[in-house]
Ligand binder design. Structure first.
Ligand code: TNX
Length: 532
């Protein structure tokens, strides 16, 4: 009977708790060090969260954890400074690294870190150490067990990001917040918002109201578009900051600017968008530029654009009014952006003459610096003289990354063949592009930023970012289909040291993350490379 009882309780245990040790709890990104010990911690109706350190600073983190634990367990989970079985401890003055330590024993759980961000990451790991059902929004009757052990962890790269293109298709604030929630669970810390492109201008600029009135009025495919008011943008910034995510706003220029030229004809180099493919457009724009050089141009607003060609538009780099617009936009947007970076775009300016491009990018970097921010730009900006500290985002051309390095500047790694989440998984993917590659889950996982590009090594790299361009992406379900599970792969590439990473290990852990996504209502792509 005793043996039977053990058998029953063991099988009960295994169906109530999907993992019997921390090493197979499905932790993503994989921590730097995980060691199992015997036994487990059980969360009960008496469990509570104790904040050790300045309560006002830690209360959000404590509440964040409690709010994850309360619905499924039905337990009250108080948060405060009273002694309790779950302890969150900020060590020192809070200005330390993003590292954390998580220790779990029969008697309690202790997370300690030298920064709030580190504590927050420890909390994310703890939530993953529970069975996925901890994320249920309604109460579930089961034992809430966490396997005992110790985890010490810190990120490999300082910048772990994703980009959302809200210009090609506009996404409401709620969708962006939902995306931020998912990023936070994967310990990502920068969200780059691609706020402007040919097809739309998505951020209110009070000194240039037509940018949104006209430029924000449509999107790819001819839908109604939209834009964020400054209040909404500030709300996104604050929501992200509470989750230790910094917003990087992008205003793409001097190319990808048709929405500006459609809003303010006086800035248009004088060329209306002709019909045809990019090559035809480029030729006719060159001809028009030659004819129209000089100041007596009869400038007219461009037509709004809802297609998906790239490379046909440019700001006029010889026109002073261009820099008035840039300065006003940079001033208004940096005032709402506490983070250190401002992204100036700079990609695919195929109809900007080389000298004009160089003059423009160098002058815009100075403007951004004047407002106290560091510029990031797509890798083409490395063909100009970069200001110290500015960052080139590698997406396409290795020699551009090399030019950035040669100038002593850092590179942000977003190789299109690995990190572009708008690429189709394979030829049957229902949406997505494939100009760079088909990218299956193992392709997004199996690369090393520090060896991917010859000449660029670890010390040259600021971090990793996975962009989602949205030419073919129209709603939240489309976002989720392309982003998950690939964003989890990129998060691990950015967080976990290469020598700890292996596809086999990732493939064994991602099904647990799949269960979490299912419970959270995330419609992820069930890659055939994984035994879900
Ligand atoms: C290239 S990547 C672009 C974007 C497109 C993307 C589609 C980059 C800097 N420019 O304008 O949306 O390809 O994959």
């Amino acid at each position: 009977i005793a043996i039977m009882a053990v058998g029953i309780s063991l099988s009960l245990f295994s169906c109530q708790n999907d993992s019997s040790s921390l090493t197979d709890a499905g932790l993503i990104p994989l921590p730097v060090s995980v060691s199992n010990s015997s036994g487990h911690f059980e969360l009960t109706s008496n469990s509570a969260i104790q904040l050790v350190g300045p309560e006002s600073d830690l209360i959000f983190i404590g509440e964040y954890l409690a709010q994850k634990l309360r619905p499924s367990t039905g337990f009250p989970i108080q948060v405060g400074t009273d002694e309790a079985d779950i302890k969150l401890e900020l060590v020192g003055d809070g200005s330390g690294s993003e590292a954390y330590e998580l220790s779990i024993s029969e008697s309690g759980i202790n997370i300690s870190a030298e920064s709030e961000a580190g504590l927050f990451y420890g909390v994310q790991t703890l939530i993953q150490a529970f069975p996925p059902s901890i994320l249920e929004s309604k109460s579930v009757s089961q034992k809430w067990i966490v396997p005992a052990g110790t985890i010490t962890d810190s990120p490999d790269f300082a910048y772990r990001g994703s980009m959302l293109d809200v210009a090609r298709h506009f996404f409401p604030v709620e969708d962006v917040k939902h995306y931020i929630d998912q990023m936070a669970e994967l310990k990502l810390n920068y969200l780059h918002l691609h706020l402007t492109d040919d097809q739309g201008w998505r951020i209110e600029i009070k000194s240039w109201p037509k940018l949104t009135e006209t430029g924000g009025s449509t999107e790819v495919g001819g839908g109604e578009g939209g834009f964020y008011t400054q209040e909404q943008y500030a709300d996104i910034v604050a929501y992200a900051a509470e989750r230790y995510i910094t917003i990087v706003p992008e205003v793409d220029m001097p190319g990808h600017t048709n929405a500006i030229l459609a809003s303010y004809g006086e800035l248009n180099p004088g060329i209306n968008l002709p019909d045809g493919d990019t090559e035809t457009i480029v030729k006719s724009v060159e001809k028009a530029e030659d004819l129209l050089s000089g100041s007596n141009i009869d400038r007219q607003a461009a037509e709004l654009y809802t297609g998906i060609e790239v490379g046909f538009s440019t700001l006029d780099s010889e026109l002073e009014a261009t820099y008035q617009l840039v300065e006003d936009v940079v001033r208004e947007l940096t005032a709402l952006t506490p983070g250190p970076y401002f992204h100036i775009g700079g990609d695919e300016s195929h109809v900007t003459k080389k000298d004009d491009y160089i003059y423009f990018v160098e002058r815009v970097q100075e403007i951004v610096k004047g407002y106290g921010k560091t510029s990031i730009g797509w890798d083409e900006i490395a063909t100009t003289t970069l200001l110290p500290g500015n960052v080139a985002q590698f997406w396409d051309k290795a020699n551009n990354a090399q030019m950035a390095k040669d100038q002593g500047n850092k590179v942000l790694m977003s190789p299109a063949k690995r990190a572009y989440m708008d690429m189709q998984y394979d030829s049957t993917s229902r949406i997505g592009l494939h100009w760079a590659a088909f990218i299956e889950l193992d392709d997004s996982y199996n690369w090393d930023p520090a060896t991917y590009t010859e000449g660029i090594s670890k010390s040259d790299i600021l971090g990793v970012e996975a962009p989602l361009w949205t030419e073919t992406v129209t709603d939240r379900a489309d976002i989720e289909y392309l982003v998950f599970p690939r964003l989890a792969a990129i998060a691990e590439v950015a967080w976990t040291p290469t020598n700890r990473r292996s596809w086999d290990s990732f493939a064994s852990r991602i099904p647990v993350q799949g269960k979490r996504w299912e419970i959270e209502g995330i419609g992820f792509y069930k890659s055939p490379k994984v035994n879900w």
